[in-house]
Write a protein that binds this ligand. Structure first.
Ligand SMILES: [Zn+2]
Length: 344
């Protein structure tokens, strides 16, 4: 794995990185606090991100022009995540901070605003790409709570828009990198479009066009709207606790009434409720959707936004009785090495 990653790094960029390290060393008399921000001296941009899918998309665009630190550990509940005090120091050194926005990471946003340096940029990507008229409020995100469903990244058409915001932001912070960011964005856009095409083709194999989702975590609202799926419901209550016995009873009635064949749980939110509902109704349950937890380990080719989405789409399509040969056949190898820090 290491050798193939190295092979994809061009000799030119290796030499360039070595030169950067050398110039950084020769500058060691300059105290860190006086180091310039904004990458103007050719230093890599310091980029901080939140959830792993956003970290991965950012890495695809930034390439080797930025160091990227994700803040939300994979497999944790990003909706209730409270950053540790140590995140304040990381944020204080950032040139650019990307969060999803749409009220997903309010404690992290507050910490960023309190600690970021003057001139550093905080971008709420989702809030940027989604007009308020397109906000979806639904099962776990009811309108009266004032937090729209924030999961735009499970929809490839929005992931491309995320890439575009990231490209534009990095270009503004580091104009010398313009060509690199554009090239990396073009590659990301092409690979994501291919993923979307494979999804559209494979989802046709689901018997009777039954593209219906009953999920535990409510992460597919925008995806469903774009690709013609129906979200029958999401089990997780708005407080992200397990549902109450009364809610489970109502759910069992709904699953029976609508003849739901399969319930999709989440690795991030394991719950005994699925088994209970499955036993009471005869519905199968798949508890392996991953939401924002990338497959494999950091450094693996499938440990990426695209790897995550392929995994989730294949799980849904096969769970509903279809087949996913085109998704399985995709080569998702990233065009640029992903050296981002993904806390586990
Ligand atoms: Zn989520």
């Amino acid at each position: 794995m290491t050798s193939s990653r190295l092979a994809r790094t061009s000799a030119v960029s290796l030499i360039a990185s070595a030169a950067l390290v050398l110039s950084a060393c020769s500058d060691s008399s300059t105290p860190d606090s006086e180091a310039s921000t904004g990458g103007t001296e050719g230093d890599p941009l310091k980029i901080v991100t939140t959830v792993a899918p956003i970290t991965s998309i950012t890495a695809s665009i930034a390439g080797d022009r930025g160091t990227i630190t994700g803040l939300v550990p994979e497999g944790t509940n990003s909706h209730t995540f409270d950053p540790p005090p140590s995140a304040a120091a990381v944020l204080s050194e950032a040139d650019v901070v990307f969060i999803n926005g749409l009220k997903l990471e309010e404690p992290t946003k507050d910490l960023a605003e309190a600690n970021m340096a003057d001139g550093a940029t905080l971008i709420e990507i989702g809030t940027n790409v989604l007009p308020e008229s397109d906000y979806i409020y639904d099962f776990s995100f009811p309108e009266e709570e004032g937090k729209p469903n924030p999961h735009l990244w499970t929809d490839p058409t929005y992931a491309i828009k995320y890439g575009e915001v990231i490209r534009a932001t990095l270009t503004e912070a580091d104009p010398e990198g313009q060509e690199t960011y554009q090239e990396n964005y073009d590659t990301f856009e092409a690979q994501t479009t291919e993923l979307a095409r494979a999804l559209e083709s494979d989802q046709e194999s689901i018997p009777d066009g039954n593209k219906e989702l009953l999920t535990y975590h409510d992460a597919y609202a925008y995806f469903a709207k774009t690709y013609g799926w129906t979200v029958i419901g999401a089990i997780q209550p708005k407080n992200f606790e397990d549902p109450t016995p009364r809610e489970v009873a109502a759910l069992i009635d709904q699953v029976k009434a609508e003849n739901v064949p399969v319930i999709f749980g989440s690795e991030v939110f394991p719950s005994d409720v699925l088994e209970e509902v499955g036993n009471a109704t005869g519905a199968r349950y798949e508890d392996t959707l991953r939401d924002d937890d990338l497959p494999g380990e950091p450094g693996d080719p499938q440990h990426s936004w695209a790897g995550l989405m392929r995994y989730d789409y294949v799980t849904m399509i096969e769970g509903l009785g279809g087949t996913a040969p085109e998704l399985e056949a995709l080569d998702l190898t990233s065009a640029v090495p992903d050296g981002a820090e993904y806390p586990q």
